[in-house]
Write a protein that binds this ligand. Structure first.
Ligand code: 1CP
Length: 355
């Protein structure tokens, strides 16, 4: 029934549907534990540093050829079970016209931080016309990846709000939480605005062929369960609900979210991403009938190989009790990571016997 112009596409579609990554995300039996790494593309790879020379971060995210190349680099090198689209959580804001930049060694910086209802109203909603380069990059990637799934992603409302309100990276998220506690009308409008942009951005990626999505709420761990539930979760749930209508698995990830895992599952995830601070076995019992993703301490790749693999084996064993388990680090690859260590880790996870 395929109308695909590419004669190899139906076979690739079948390999894709049957891939270990998508099987695990759907809670089906797997031939091996699938593995990919957050920030698997990027600063830990010499081939990434080479192609990024003299090209700004946002500029590279808007260049489909470069996005395809950078996304493919870790797939080629490690043979991971999924690719993560090379972009950034603030890219859709840039695309609709927010004046921001990603500064090397710093991160996203916003020229005019959001403070008022008028500031929120000035941010346009995202339409596919804002991001034709994303559609083009995803389409090319899906063709090039063949049977390897592509994970699309967006930043969750709280984490993206933190950059917009603080004006840049922050540890305490104090201004953001001050708005949440003190200006509920502005907060609600801002969260709705970002949720709409995130959902529309995920729709674009899936329409172009991404076969799973991850919602990054990296900084949600700054919240108490009560504040997460009352002020943040409904907005993330809205994004996940719209993504659910696309028929692809949804992964919901945050850092330091040991006290939020149940809620992050309830927000509508098929798979809950777990950082390294929570033992995976605990996470499995807390997320209900959902899959888990994670959660080796990212610093373990600096340890002797036998220490790294022994800990990886513990993670895999704990994951077996889950509805599905996707192996990952508990947060992104640390830039000084030796790619050879990730190569060994990938090989170990993929060849770990499950019967
Ligand atoms: O100059 C450079 O090379 C910029 C470094 C860089 C890279 C490689 C940034 C700036 N973003 C990225 C790519 C990126 N960002 C990816 C794709 C790469 C991959 O995973 O293989 C993804 C998924 C993100 C998402 C992202 N950006 C998150 C969520 C994930 C996480 O790590 O928690 C967050 C919080 C950001 C903001 C951001 N962008 C860049 C930096 C340095 C930061 C963090 C700044 C801070 O500490 O607040």
């Amino acid at each position: 029934m395929s109308t695909s112009p590419n004669p190899e596409r139906p076979a690739a579609d079948e390999r894709l549907r049957d891939s270990a990554f998508l099987r695990a995300a759907r809670g089906e039996p797997v031939p091996h534990t699938p593995v990919w790494y957050m920030r698997q593309a990027g600063r830990s790879l010499p081939e990434y540093l080479r192609v990024r020379q003299g090209v700004g971060m946002l500029e590279s995210c808007m260049d489909p050829e470069l996005v395809v190349e950078i996304t493919m680099q870790p797939v080629r090198r490690y043979g991971v079970d999924a690719a993560i689209f090379f972009s950034d959580i603030v890219l859709p804001l840039k695309a609709v016209g927010v004046d921001l930049d990603i500064k090397a060694g710093v991160g996203p910086v916003v020229e005019n931080p959001v403070r008022t209802l008028d500031d929120v109203a000035a941010i346009p909603d995202l339409t596919p016309d804002h991001v034709p380069f994303i559609t083009e990059a995803v389409r090319s990637l899906v063709a090039e990846l063949g049977g390897t799934p592509l994970i699309g992603f967006a930043g969750a409302p709280f984490t993206v709000a933190s950059y917009l309100v603080e004006g840049g990276p922050s540890k305490e998220h104090a201004k953001t939480k001050a708005m949440m506690f003190g200006a509920p009308d502005v907060w609600d409008a801002l969260m709705r605005k970002i949720a709409g942009i995130a959902a529309a951005y995920l729709e674009v990626q899936v329409a172009a062929g991404a076969s799973a999505v991850q919602l990054f709420d990296s900084w949600a761990g700054a919240l108490t369960p009560r504040d997460y539930r009352d002020h943040v979760m409904p907005h993330s749930a809205g994004v996940l609900e719209r993504a659910g209508a696309l028929g692809v698995p949804r992964i919901h990830f945050g850092v330091g979210t040991g006290s939020l895992l149940e809620l992050m599952g309830e927000a509508g995830a098929d798979v809950v991403g777990v950082d390294w601070r929570t033992p995976l076995a605990d996470a499995v019992s807390r997320v209900g009938h959902r899959g888990v993703q994670g959660n080796l301490d990212p610093t373990l790749v600096f340890a002797p190989t036998e220490v790294m693999t022994a800990r990886a084996a513990e993670v895999i064993e704990a994951g077996r009790a889950a509805r599905g388990h996707i192996f990952n680090l508990g947060h992104g690859v640390i830039p000084s990571t030796d790619p050879a260590a990730l190569e060994r880790l990938t090989e170990f996870v993929q060849s770990y016997p499950l019967d």
